[in-house]
Design a binder for this molecule. Structure first.
Ligand SMILES: CCCCCCCCCCCCC/C=C/C(=O)SCCNC(=O)CCNC(=O)[C@H](O)C(C)(C)COP(=O)(O)OP(=O)(O)OC[C@H]1O[C@@H](n2cnc3c(N)ncnc32)[C@H](O)[C@@H]1OP(=O)(O)O
Length: 248
């Protein structure tokens, strides 16, 4: 039925490095241009981890030029995914904090594996950073304003039952059924004529995407100012050190 599977593979935690973001955009563009494909299942090849989100090492201790290049790549992937003409279904087979959650929120439908460890949410505040307005918009468009307001301020990571309850995911299924469920949901979405579904998707999502498109450069400058602050760099270093020391 013209369905591709994009399996993220950047061990150990599928962090969204500049390279991963760039390759993801290229793969998506190829699929968009190949008319034999109408849908994509986005999933992970890293056991237990859908994606650890943006790569913190790309946002810490690097040059301004690097931050700018990285942020443009984050924007680009979000725009491509959010406005994709393809049906995108996230088969979430692991934990998905922050950017990992955002990636799934850009999809048209989310199937999450029923494993209490597989938390998802925008936890940026717990790192001492702030989810940008377009991350916020994506969450609001999915779960509504009040749930998003509370989740964003508290940096909540929802276990599967809670994620389902607040509407962050559409279905929670046993782990071994995530892929087959994504495939059967895909069949339902592909039963709708492409042009009508695509125009409707655009109607729903373009106003949100346009807000970023209209001020992409300003958004990059905003990010640069924010991420370069000593206090923010310090928060990121402390968080990364905590992650690294967890093992030792
Ligand atoms: C005035 C207002 C202004 C507003 C302006 C806004 C401007 C914009 C501001 C900036 C916005 C940024 C938005 C950020 C989005 C993000 O996505 S930030 C990333 C958030 N991610 C996380 O918090 C997840 C962190 N990771 C984990 O919790 C765990 O690693 C895990 C995913 C649950 C997996 O656990 P486990 O299997 O136990 O693996 P670990 O041992 O923890 O990790 C293995 C190695 O991987 C490294 N690592 C983990 N996550 C990341 C990451 N996101 N980036 C880079 N590296 C990561 C970890 O350090 C380990 O490394 P080593 O010890 O070197 O092996």
């Amino acid at each position: 039925m013209g369905v591709a599977v994009i399996k993220l593979k950047n061990p150990p935690v599928n962090s969204l490095s500049l390279e991963v973001l760039t390759e993801f955009v290229i793969s998506l563009e190829k699929l968009e241009n190949d008319k034999t494909f109408r849908g994509v299942i986005v999933t992970s090849d890293c056991p237990g981890i859908f994606s650890a989100g943006l790569d913190l090492t790309e946002m810490c201790g690097k040059s301004q030029a690097h931050y700018a290049e990285y942020w443009r790549a984050v924007q680009e992937l979000w725009l491509r995914l959010y406005l994709s003409n393809l049906v995108l279904i996230a088969a979430i087979n692991g934990v998905s904090p922050a950017g990992g959650c955002l990636m799934s929120l850009t999809c048209d439908y989310r199937v999450l594996a029923d494993n209490p460890k597989y938390n998802m949410g925008l936890n940026e505040t717990l790192l001492g950073i702030v989810a940008p307005s377009w991350f916020k918009d994506t969450l609001v468009n999915t779960v509504g304003h009040r749930t998003a307001e509370r989740a964003l301020q508290l940096g909540l990571l929802f276990p599967p039952a809670e994620a389902l309850r607040v509407g962050m995911v559409d279905q929670v299924v046993p782990e071994d059924q995530v892929h087959s469920t994504a495939l059967s949901v895909m069949a339902q979405w592909l039963a709708v004529p492409d042009h009508a579904r695509q125009l409707t998707k655009n109607l729903m999502r373009k106003p949100t995407a346009d807000r970023l498109v209209k001020q992409r450069d300003a958004d990059i400058q905003y990010f640069l100012r924010f991420i370069s602050r000593d206090s923010i760099q310090k928060s990121l270093r402390v968080y990364l050190d905590k992650l690294r020391q967890k093992k030792g």
